[in-house]
Design a protein around this ligand. Structure first.
Ligand code: PMP
Length: 347
């Protein structure tokens, strides 16, 4: 029996979060970061005189929106913030999508897009990725509805170029294009600058990956001012104080510490490149990812077998064994020492 009053939710396919085991695990299944947040964040959280807690947080989240705007060269009016990219995407769906509207995304991508599409009863199309897991951009250029793409994609880690995104955005100014850049910082070009040129583009990013703050739940969107104003109106209708004062303060401090952010990105990319080199020596086919995870398959050992063997050693990764992604592992890049342990376990 269901208590839902609306039949609209009948098709909903809720998102299944990855395993969050308790105890001592090497947790490499959710593309989180092993690095600590910026020292500036720790300072904010330690400040004894911090007054914000007793009062409601700023519903406009000015401090955080200003800090993000400064980093990307936009006014805060172009910045929306939420509890992780997930909430930002949810507010985007609530603001701009209605039953029956058309939206396209790949058949292999972040599962949440399917959750939105089924929750809102959208008329969705999932274009198959090419056999090498790349996106066929023409599918989206020629499509006559809205588009949501993770760039780089998850779980493949493959990105399309900004010029290809521009082709999709430019072809039809009537359609909305949402680009989810959760992993963009690990060696890719962001399409945020395109927001100046196109009113139908909304770019989403997160502090969960390259700013090492998944637990703080901070995500943001950059888009034209009218779109952001509309999303804020919806936010004020549903949850005006969506961001805690701690997240606003900590997020602003993290955003402003550009040097630390860049240093962490380099560190993760270096560990990733070294890890992938060693995996290749062990016979793995490594998909060329530009993210904080690696996507691999082995010709002789099944992903399920490797997943189970690693789990026995308290190392948690994601394995994919479906008709469309057959026999792949997705492993988050942890610290250098952790990745050595993983290699040793695989060996
Ligand atoms: N987009 C993609 C492509 C992701 O992989 C994830 C999380 N793994 C998210 C969005 C959600 O990020 P957040 O933690 O900011 O909600």
């Amino acid at each position: 029996m269901s208590y839902f009053l609306l039949d609209d939710y009948a098709n909903m396919e809720p998102y299944l979060p990855g395993e969050q085991p308790e105890g001592k695990w090497i947790k490499l299944n959710a593309n989180e970061s092993a690095l600590p947040p910026s020292p500036a964040v720790l300072k904010i959280l330690n400040e004894a005189e911090y007054e914000g807690m007793g009062f409601y947080s700023d519903p406009h989240c000015h401090k955080l929106r200003q800090a993000i705007g400064e980093v990307y060269g936009f006014d805060e009016k172009n910045v929306f913030v939420g509890n992780g990219a997930d909430e930002v995407l949810a507010f985007c769906m609530m603001s701009f999508f209605r039953k029956g509207m058309k939206i396209a995304f790949p058949d292999i991508t972040y599962d949440f897009y399917r959750t939105y599409a089924t929750t809102y009863n959208l008329d969705f199309t999932q274009f198959p990725l090419n056999d090498d897991f790349t996106i066929n951009v023409d599918d989206y250029v020629d499509y006559d509805g809205d588009v949501i793409l993770a760039n780089p994609n998850n779980p493949t880690g493959i990105a399309i170029s900004v010029s290809e995104i521009e082709r999709i955005v430019k072809k039809n100014p009537e359609r909305m294009v949402i680009i989810d850049e959760a992993y963009v910082d690990y060696g890719n070009e962001s399409c945020i600058p395109l927001v100046r040129k196109y009113d139908n583009l909304l770019v989403v990013q997160t502090f969960s990956k390259s700013r090492n703050m998944a637990g703080a739940r901070i995500g943001f969107a950059i888009a034209n001012e009218d779109m952001i104003t509309d999303m804020n109106k919806i936010k004020f209708a549903f949850n005006p104080f969506n961001m805690s004062s701690l997240a606003i303060e900590a997020g602003a401090a993290a955003a402003r510490d550009v040097d630390y952010w860049q240093k962490c990105i380099h560190q993760v990319c270096d560990v990733r490149d070294a890890f992938e080199k060693d995996l290749k020596k062990l016979g793995f086919d490594v998909i060329n990812t530009t993210t904080n995870f690696t996507f691999i398959t082995h010709p002789h050992f099944s992903a399920t077998y490797l997943f189970k063997e690693l789990k026995k050693r308290h190392i948690l990764v994601r394995h994919y064994d479906t008709p469309r992604i057959n026999n792949y592992l997705r492993i988050t890049i942890g610290s250098f020492d952790v990745m050595l342990k993983v290699l040793y376990a695989i060996k």
